[in-house]
Design a protein around this ligand. Structure first.
Ligand code: CO
Length: 274
């Protein structure tokens, strides 16, 4: 069975959006928000803005956010919570610091990932999955050295509860020194690993804090941390099918043609996007 290895040993420098490419499809953006230590009354968020044609996935690690959208959904995001928003034909939403957090300030840290949708699903009804931390499945290896939060997909025999439009794997793994896990990723899917603390061994290569590694094709990948490491490793595993369709992208709209982008702008301006 072929095993996956890292193509880009150094990876892209990502604490910010990665450039979109065929290698990272269907992921359009991987944004690590912070960690930022906000002063009291200083935290900044994203007031009302539209999306069409893809999904935004927010995973909060620290801090507290508040969101509301045009479909009438609203709520808080606390550490460990996941908001999987399928914008489909259109959503207008705000993503702001929670008023209490805004007042006190503090550390905000999390991820926002954009997942593209195939042409056939771009204009689907918006869908919204707001999953509190306590409902995100967490599975621990037998030796206790590896912990996996299964946001989407499957790991260590545990399946996610979030339903995705196309088959997506989204895992947050924490490996203590000496920890090791073999993760299966279906052959043919694009797979990547983002390390956001410590030094991770992927097969024969290493990935450091802030680096993204693109995996070659195969059906599994071995991730480990040296026994002599002085800190644990945190990483995201992302995988999904490549969407081989043209992409037209303008700000918060990701469609297939310029014409569809113009239509999205027109719909937004005329108040019919959402
Ligand atoms: Co947004």
């Amino acid at each position: 069975m072929p095993t996956r290895t890292v193509l880009e040993g150094g990876g892209f420098p990502v604490r910010r959006p990665i450039p979109m490419s065929a290698l990272t499809s269907p992921f359009l953006l991987l944004d690590e928000m912070g960690p930022v230590d906000w002063p009291p009354n200083g935290a900044i968020g994203a007031p009302n803005h539209p999306h069409r044609g893809f999904e935004t996935v927010t995973y909060l690690l620290q801090g507290r956010m508040n969101h509301a959208d045009s479909a009438g959904n609203s709520g808080d995001l606390n550490p460990g919570d996941v908001q999987w928003m399928t914008a489909g034909k259109g959503v207008i939403h705000s993503e702001l610091p929670h008023p209490d957090f805004y007042q006190t300030g503090g550390i905000m840290h999390g991820f926002q990932i954009w997942v593209n949708l195939p042409a056939a699903d771009k204009m689907m009804q918006p869908r919204y999955q707001d999953i509190p931390a306590k409902d995100i499945p967490v599975v621990t290896s037998q030796d206790g050295l590896v912990e996996v939060r299964v946001i989407a997909g499957r790991s260590l025999g545990q399946s996610a509860i979030i339903d995705t439009v196309i088959p997506i794997t989204y895992l947050h793994m924490t490996l203590k020194p000496g920890g090791k896990i073999v993760q299966s990723i279906d052959k043919g899917l694009n797979g990547m690993i983002y390390c956001f603390s410590g030094c991770l061994n992927i097969e024969q290569k290493t990935l450091n804090d802030g680096q993204l590694g693109i995996l070659s094709d195969g059906d599994e990948v071995c991730l480990s941390v040296s026994e002599s490491a002085d800190e644990e490793v945190n990483l995201l595993v992302l995988a999904g099918p490549q969407i081989d369709e043209p992409i037209a992208r303008y700000g918060p709209f990701v469609m297939n043609t310029e014409q569809e982008i113009m239509q999205a702008i027109e719909d937004y301006n005329s108040g019919t996007l959402a």
